[in-house]
Design a protein around this ligand. Structure first.
Ligand code: 5GP
Ligand code: ZN
Length: 114
């Protein structure tokens, strides 16, 4: 998708600080971190919202969580812990319409979800 920020990051047209990449998944540092570690994990395939993941693409969600597992170990946040967040739609606060999972870590996070 030409007008999608994250597709442009995947294509290398917009620079990013990559932390992980494989055939299906890319992870890079959030441009506006809310914690010492704030990484976005995305599928290379453009899917706009988690509510629109088709059955045939559901393996990508498993691939994303496999990547999250590897990234957590590489970033040394596996022992102390981290939070994974996926926002969907307007009320969910989704700003970029290419599905993404936030990994947030590096400090003690609040216990309230919202
Ligand atoms: P959302 O609110 O959609 O769940 O999160 C979108 C996230 O993408 C935000 O945390 C925002 O800081 C991040 N973001 C938006 N544009 C860019 C960009 O061009 N580069 C990077 N690295 N992060 C971005
Ligand atoms: Zn996209």
């Amino acid at each position: 998708m030409e007008d999608c920020v994250f597709c442009n990051i995947i294509a290398g047209k917009i620079p990013s600080e990559k932390v992980y990449e494989d055939e299906n998944v890319l992870a890079f540092k959030d441009i506006n971190p809310v914690a010492p570690v704030h990484i976005l994990v995305i599928p290379k395939k453009h899917i706009d919202k988690i509510i629109n993941v088709k059955d045939e693409d559901s393996y990508l969600i498993a691939e994303i969580f496999k990547a999250i597992n590897k990234i957590a170990k590489e970033q040394n946040i596996d022992k102390d812990g981290f939070r994974v967040i996926a926002n969907c739609g307007e009320n969910g606060g989704q700003e970029v319409m290419h599905i993404h999972f936030h990994i947030i870590a590096g400090k003690k996070l609040g216990t309230k979800i919202c």
